[in-house]
Design a protein around this ligand. Structure first.
Ligand SMILES: [Zn+2]
Length: 294
């Protein structure tokens, strides 16, 4: 009898256990049903994110633009930059590889090898007389990505890759690389306009950085000005002529053996008279790192 009662108790326990399980399942099902669109969306985003962030051997791209888009995301997420080190266009290789006859123009390359911008080593030539300190990004990094047209010739396939970089990777360093600092023609025009209005270079820098979100150095601003301004027609000889004829100045040009300008001596009428009156007094005016643009 007791054994019979026990089995009933066990049965009740089991039933309540199954009941609990069923309720739990229904509850989970309801959650999934309500959240289904969100779950799908999350999965889609995750899939895209994973697809974009990784670049692996075996990846296939229908067009070079597709690869560029993926590379752009890959660069932003891994903080590394690449440049095209070697390539052959699909057009140039059609005779050699007939499969390329079916390739679309958007494939662009038969093969393309991209190397890390920190690849290669920098050695100053012995013949170089330039004593300025120069900076180079070359650090011997061997990371690269290699794509080649697939067997059908209708897509580019990533067949080889080395993603081991021998240098530090950080968002800050990445944002300071020249490619990321590059400004658009419109942004260049804006900088030039502001420079013409004699705006402060640091304020221009701040404005452009806030507007574009790019890291822009003072050197970049100076380069934009140097390369973008309309060339001056005043040659040195014209300036000397003007100083002598219009302003009655005594002008002497100092040049080295290679005819490189070393200095310019200018003495106007007031200076000449002062020098004549007080030859024993010497005035020295020193300029150090003057900002020539303002
Ligand atoms: Zn590298």
């Amino acid at each position: 009898m007791s054994g019979y009662l026990l089995s009933i108790r066990t049965l009740i326990k089991l039933l309540s256990y199954y009941h609990y399980l069923i309720r739990l399942s229904v509850h989970c099902f309801n959650i999934i049903k309500i959240r289904f669109p969100y779950i799908i969306l999350i999965l889609k985003v995750y899939k895209k994110y994973i697809k974009i962030l990784t670049m692996r051997v075996g990846d296939v791209f229908k067009t070079y633009a597709d690869f560029e888009e993926a590379l752009s995301q890959y660069k932003k997420s891994t903080f590394v930059d690449f440049y095209i080190k070697d390539s052959k266009t699909a057009k140039s290789q059609i005779r050699r590889y007939p499969k390329l006859a079916n390739s679309s123009e958007q494939l662009k390359y038969y093969y393309v090898k991209l190397a890390c911008v920190h690849g290669g080593s920098y050695r100053k030539k012995n013949s170089c007389q330039d004593l300025r300190s120069t900076s180079s990004m070359r650090q011997g990094c061997e990371a690269y990505i290699y794509l080649i047209a697939n067997a059908k010739g209708d897509a580019l396939e990533l067949t080889r890759m080395n993603d081991e970089h021998n240098h530090e990777k950080s968002e800050t360093l990445f944002s300071h690389l020249p490619n990321q600092r590059r400004v658009t023609p419109q942004e260049k025009m804006e900088v030039l306009e502001l420079m013409k209005l004699k705006a402060n270079k640091k304020l221009i820098q701040h404005k452009m950085q806030t507007k574009t979100g790019k890291v822009i150095n003072l050197k970049d601003i100076a380069n934009i000005y140097t390369t973008g301004k309309t060339p001056s027609h005043n040659s040195l000889s014209e300036i000397v002529e003007q100083l002598q004829n219009t302003y009655n100045c005594t002008v002497e040009i100092s040049a080295d053996s290679d005819q490189n300008l070393i200095g310019l001596f200018i003495q106007d009428k007031i200076m000449q008279n002062t020098f004549k009156a007080f030859p024993e007094v010497g005035n020295i005016e020193v300029y150090w790192k003057l900002d020539v643009y303002f």
